[in-house]
Each structure stands twice: as structure tokens, then as C-alpha cells.
Ligand binder design. Structure first.
Ligand SMILES: Nc1ncnc2c1ncn2[C@@H]1O[C@H](COP(=O)(O)OP(=O)(O)OP(=O)(O)O)[C@@H](O)[C@H]1O
Ligand SMILES: [Mg+2]
Length: 462
């Protein structure tokens, strides 16, 4: 018999700290070789279902499971947050990790490593540092790692969420070529490009209930479900965030970056990685500036250079905040990194929102802020017990609660459904309207902006 079936029978999951199950009585059967697109609003339970299939619930994620889950065959899972899955210092060893664990011969391991890196178009030598990869490159590295194990069942949790259209298409091609006739389950919010490549769509409604299950044609004919990014629908209108939550506590000055070069740390004294070269920009108060460009081009680096959180290796940035005390820097700059979940500092969602503000002596209404981004009921929860999209929204309001004048957001719209996207974009457009300097690094063509600055071609190691 061909392996690759996945089956949920009456599956119910109640995570630790939750009164109610997040998945209740799920019945879902996926045939060997089926290609399934799994969609649903942020927090509806998509990642939970993938984790359940991978056997992580009740083991690495604590809670109470009842009912049955079975997977027939070997499974490969690409997690929503790629940084969580990187295990080695060098990209070659990182991809080799899976094949090594399968006990494959050395030659076969390295053949697979090279083939997988080429398939995802990560054109760096095997000894390239994983720490020098951009978010989108990390995403492709993790994908390569799973493809190299040639699993019977491939589960992908938002595998192209941080990629521009071109890089996403390449990643999709790599996935489809590697998957062949094996089982594929892919989760994505901006799912339109997958529709031509899947057999079936399963749409979850809030609360982990299957709201639709059928063919792509039936899905499109049905009009989909609320909050989904249905093809052809215009992006939603950003919601109005009251000025009192976003208007800068200290009037900001413009940020001028001229001819900025940023080179990352020396790699064993030999190779340097040039992350940005000759970047020039002026960020004006009251304006939203989007920094765009292909995966690996230096969008995040440009954003970081302008904040004063790193010292540039060439060119100038004014005001120069690199010598500022960290408390003053925090007061002026609200920075949300690309993997914000790596930066949570407290053990509850409410404390996380209050933390920076209370260090700075600024009063905030945490519960009101949480309600605006749909997280009020999670106030006592641990920040790590939120879904991917929920964590990004938490990171944003935590960084902006004290109303900094310079708002620097790295890929703020990733992982959001239509409703939560409208909140995130509403937040930063309101901040700009209230006089803040707003800069985004983004590959989302729909994210509102007044000014766009494209950073050049993907920069490779020199
Ligand atoms: N480790 C955890 N412990 C407790 N609850 C969790 C945990 N991870 C997620 N949850 C909760 O379970 C529900 C489903 O989360 P899940 O991560 O499956 O959503 P999702 O559909 O993948 O959302 P997103 O699109 O934002 O990634 C959410 O209410 C979330 O807050
Ligand atoms: Mg998820």
C-alpha cells in the first residue's frame, strides 16, 4: 500500500491554560498523494492541526488531546517560524541534519544537500553562515532541509509568507517538484498562487471547526469564508485607530540615511557579508515609507540601519542614535523585528504590552490596546502560547504602546487574515497621520505606503 494518508477522528485539543478546546471533534481524512490547502483566520487552529499530525501536541506542546490522529509514513514539517527550525551554524550542515538522522551514506547526504539548496535557489556556498540569512532566506533554508529528507507527507506552515512574488514562486516550484505524488498539506493566508496546484481546500472557521471542505472549483464558487484572502477581492480598508493610541509622545525629527553601507561581522577573519550598500533615504514625519526589494536584498538591514540599533560601516545616518542610552533609544524608536516572537521578555501577554512603557514611565491601557488587535482574552496567557499571527500583533502593540515617534516595522502584515491585516495597517497609518515617522520593510504589495524605496538586487556573499 502507498503510504501518505493522514487521518483525524474526533480529534480534540485543549492546550494548557485554555478553558475551551482550540480544536473540537475534528474529522478529516487525507488520502495518499492528495494536495490539500488548509486555510483559516489567524488563530483558527491551522498550525495546531499540523502540529497534531507531526505528533508534537501533548509532547513538545502541552495540553490535553482526545480522539485519534494517524499518519501513515514519514513526515516532514516546515514550521511557521523558520528561525525555530535552524539547528546549525552553516547552511550545508543545517540541510544535512535531516538526511544524517536517516542514516544515509555520506555521498547521498551531500548530494541531497546540494540538490535541495539548488531547488530553493539558495545560491550560497555550504559554509555560508545561517546567522547571515535574511528572513526569506531562512524560510527557503528550512524548506530545503525538509525536502532533503524526502518525506512521504509534506506539511508546510506558511512556507512563502516572507517571500516576494518571484522568490515565492520559486519556492512553490521547488516544493511541487520535490513533492511529486506524495501527500502535501500547505497552510497559507495569501493562498491564491497555490490554488492551481492543489486538489482540495479545507477552510477552518474560528474555533478550529471545518467550515468548508471540497475542491478548488467548489471553494471558489462558494465565495470562501469570512476573513480569507479570496482571489480578486480588493484589500480591506485599514481600520481607524484613535490618535490617542498612536500619536507620538515626543515630536519626531526626520531620519536621513545617505550612502549607507552595512557589513556584517567578519566570518573567521576571511569572508565578510555585505548586507547593504549605498542605501539612501529620507524618512519624513507624517509619512509612511516602504522599503521593498527581492528576498535577501537588505530590506531589514536598511530598516535597522536607520533606527540606530546598529552602527553602519559606511555613510551616515542622522540623527545618529547609536550612542544613545538604550532607554532613550527605546523611547524614540519602536522597532518590530521580522521574527518578533524571538523577543518576548515576559510571561504574560498583558505584561508584554506594559513592559517597555513602564520602564519609560509611560501609562498605557493594555487591555484597550489588546482589544484593538483582538487579543484581549489572551491577556493572562504566556506570549508563546499564541498563534503566529497573534504573536506578531502582540509584538507590534508591545513595541508601540508608549507611542514612539519613529515606528520601524519589519514585515508587519505577515501571517494576518483580512481583518487582522486591516488592524495592523490601520495602526501604522494612524501613527503616520498623527505625525510619526513610519518605515516598513515589506514584500506585501497591498500594505499602504506614501513613499516606496526599492533596495537593489539580492546581495550575495563577497
Ligand atoms: N502553544 C500553545 N499553547 C496554548 N495555546 C496555543 C498554543 N499555540 C496556539 N495556541 C492557541 O490555539 C489557537 C489556534 O492556534 P494556531 O496556532 O493553530 O492558529 P493558526 O490558525 O495557525 O493562526 P495563525 O494564522 O495566526 O498562524 C489560538 O487561539 C492560539 O492562541
Ligand atoms: Mg499558524
Amino acid at each position: 500500500m502507498r503510504s501518505g494518508a493522514i487521518s483525524f477522528r474526533g480529534f480534540t485539543w485543549r492546550p494548557v491554560g485554555r478553558k475551551n478546546p482550540t480544536i473540537a471533534g475534528l474529522d478529516l481524512h487525507i488520502e495518499p498523494g492528495e494536495r490539500v490547502l488548509l486555510v483559516g483566520p489567524s488563530g483558527s487552529g491551522k498550525s495546531t492541526i499540523l502540529h497534531a499530525a507531526a505528533g508534537a501536541l501533548g509532547t513538545t506542546i502541552s495540553g490535553e488531546a482526545t480522539g485519534d490522529v494517524s499518519v501513515d509514513g514519514r513526515l516532514g514539517l516546515v514550521l511557521q517560524n523558520p528561525a525555530d527550525a535552524i539547528v546549525a551554524e552553516r547552511i550545508g550542515r543545517d540541510v544535512a541534519f535531516g538526511p544524517e538522522n536517516l542514516g544515509l551514506p555520506r555521498d547521498e547526504i551531500w548530494r541531497r544537500v546540494d540538490a535541495a539548496l539548488a531547488a530553493v535557489r539558495l545560491d550560497y556556498p555550504r559554509d555560508h553562515l545561517t546567522s547571515a540569512l535574511s528572513g526569506g532566506e531562512q524560510q527557503r533554508l528550512v524548506l530545503a532541509g525538509v525536502l532533503a529528507t524526502e518525506p512521504d507527507v509534506v506539511l508546510l506552515d506558511e512556507p512563502t509568507s516572507m517571500l516576494d512574488a518571484v522568490a515565492a514562486e520559486r519556492a512553490r516550484d521547488a516544493v511541487l517538484a520535490a513533492v511529486g505524488d506524495r501527500t502535501l498539506v500547505v497552510v497559507e493566508h495569501r493562498f491564491e498562487p497555490w490554488l492551481d496546484h492543489v486538489d482540495r481546500v479545507v477552510a477552518l472557521d474560528p474555533g478550529g471547526v471545518v467550515g468548508f471542505d471540497g475542491s478548488v472549483a467548489e471553494f471558489l464558487a462558494s465565495g470562501g469564508r469570512p476573513r480569507l484572502w479570496m482571489p480578486g477581492a480588493p484589500p480591506p480598508t485599514p481600520i481607524e485607530i484613535p490618535a490617542e493610541f498612536v500619536s507620538p509622545a515626543v515630536v519626531p525629527e526626520a531620519v536621513d540615511a545617505s550612502d549607507v553601507v552595512l557589513t556584517t561581522r567578519m566570518i573567521r577573519g576571511t569572508r565578510r557579508h555585505r548586507a547593504l550598500s549605498g542605501f539612501t533615504a529620507r524618512l519624513a514625519p507624517g509619512t509612511t515609507t516602504a522599503i521593498t526589494g527581492p528576498s535577501g536584498a537588505g530590506k531589514s538591514t536598511a530598516l535597522l540601519a536607520m533606527t540606530g540599533l546598529v552602527r553602519v560601516s559606511g555613510g551616515t545616518v542622522t540623527p545618529d542614535r547609536t550612542r544613545m542610552r538604550s532607554r532613550e533609544l527605546a523611547r524614540e524608536v519602536g522597532w518590530v523585528p521580522q521574527n518578533p516572537e524571538l523577543g518576548f521578555l515576559t510571561t504574560s501577554v498583558r505584561e508584554e504590552v506594559e513592559r517597555t512603557a513602564s520602564v519609560l514611565g509611560v501609562e498605557v491601557e493594555a487591555d484597550e490596546l489588546l482589544a484593538l488587535v483582538g487579543l484581549e482574552r489572551f491577556a493572562p496567557s504566556h506570549p508563546y502560547r499564541l498563534s503566529g499571527g497573534e504573536q506578531r500583533r502582540l509584538a507590534m502593540i508591545s513595541a508601540l504602546a508608549h507611542r514612539p515617534g519613529f515606528v520601524a516595522l519589519d514585515e508587519p502584515t505577515v501571517g494576518q487574515d483580512r481583518d487582522t491585516w486591516a488592524v495592523v495597517t490601520g495602526w501604522y497609518t494612524a501613527a503616520a497621520r498623527a505625525g510619526a515617522v513610519v518605515a516598513l520593510a515589506t514584500h506585501d504589495p497591498d500594505a499602504p505606503r506614501d513613499v516606496e524605496i526599492a533596495v537593489g538586487e539580492a546581495v550575495t556573499a563577497t
